[in-house]
Design a protein around this ligand. Structure first.
Ligand SMILES: [Zn+2]
Length: 154
């Protein structure tokens, strides 16, 4: 079906934006739980973005194709978080980075490496895991079943 992950662009009608749609966060995380990282690609300007959205944030077009994203990318910005939110305190310090996937889409996530061990340009690969019990304690009710993405140095 067009616009539902087969890569063909189409204009989305508001009534199609259900929790099953990959254009909503519940649909996005359901796919991620199945190991599929979905993104959008604008049919007008070719901008790729994660998660998929009903409209392109570069040009405003609503002709968006939903595509599975590559797991490989590189760090384009990174920082160390010494005092993260309580759910992640046991893992401090955390390395957090903006990753540009090989599709051109960018997303932020944890990197499973010391801050000193990575730099801009370091290749990484996406992994997905369930939340730990401690992380679930701090998650909002609707987030508890959503997986966490973590990038590993490739
Ligand atoms: Zn666009």
């Amino acid at each position: 079906m067009a616009g539902r992950g087969d890569g063909s662009p189409k204009r989305v009608r508001p009534e199609e934006l259900t929790a099953e749609s990959p254009l909503t966060l519940p649909g996005f995380f359901a796919a991620l739980s199945d190991g599929r990282l979905l993104g959008g690609r604008c049919d007008e300007c070719e901008q790729a973005f994660v998660p998929p959205r009903p409209a392109c944030y570069a040009c405003g077009s609503r002709e968006i194709a939903v595509e599975e994203q590559p797991r490989e990318g590189t760090i384009v910005a990174d920082t160390e978080v010494a005092r993260p939110a309580p759910a992640f305190a046991a893992d401090a310090p955390l390395t957090i980075a903006v990753i540009e996937l090989d599709s051109g889409a960018r997303l932020t996530g944890r990197v499973a490496a010391d801050y000193e061990a990575v730099e801009i340009g370091t290749p990484v690969e996406l992994t997905v895991r369930e939340l730990t019990d401690r992380e679930k304690e701090f998650a909002l009710d609707h987030e508890g079943e959503w997986p966490l993405h973590v990038f590993e140095p490739a």
